[in-house]
Design a protein around this ligand. Sequence first.
Ligand code: UDP
Length: 254
Amino acid sequence: MKRRRTIYEGKAKILYEGPEPGTLIQYFKDDTTAFDAKKRAVIEGKGVLNNRISEYLMTQLNAIGIPTHFVRRLNMREQLIKEVEIIPLEVVVRNVAAGSLSTRLGIEEGQPLPRSIIEYYYKSDQLHDPWVSEEHITAFGWASPQDLDDVVNLTIRINDFLSGLFLGAGIKLVDFKIEFGRLWENDYMRIVLADEISPDSCRLWDLQTNEKLDKDRFRRDLGGVAEAYSEVARRLGILPESTPPSGGGPVLVK
Ligand code: UDP
């Protein structure tokens, strides 16, 4: 059998050569890392859930006109995506204070923000993804002012839409990280949403109890990581194909 060519291997995903030019296959691993990859574990089933959750969110975003790299899910752990030139930025949106915002600025975790805040981090493992401003981004040419304008406009729409979508599932979208890429079609370029959107890259809290349903369960050793991710999938009305039916066997239909 012909081995597929690996294009890139990250901490939680692998990108393989796609079936035709301009496409890639994105494979979701069970590996999970935090704190600059100093903390590592394998969370069984996480990749399957993230593949499914990200497929769902990208598809819904596409339906409201947000361009994404997503083409279709291929199987439990893989999806076909369009090859894009990744803009080297982690775009973080915050609706409620948490994580590094709370520690850096001394704002109590859980405090709603007066308005949604967008932050940028320069993607560089070597530099530990430093916080950067629009000035740095355009001065160093990581994105042009026009690119950044598109990124901001798309990010605001994505935040509004996802906040509403999660609210409908009884979940508070506290914050999340997204990435964008340049998609070239002949001489024409447009900015599209890339990477993934999953409980690995979002903070998701139960609306009633503020219970964490995201990667903070791993970061903070709260346990029940895979259970929390599957709860998110369940509330969104999607569950991986492999999930056994709940309950104790066949039920007599009267
Ligand atoms: N995030 C991410 N990848 C990163 C850093 C952050 O997906 O490399 C997400 C994180 O899950 C959270 C949001 O971005 O939903 C904001 O993260 P924060 O800056 O608070 O950093 P953290 O506390 O995760 O170090």
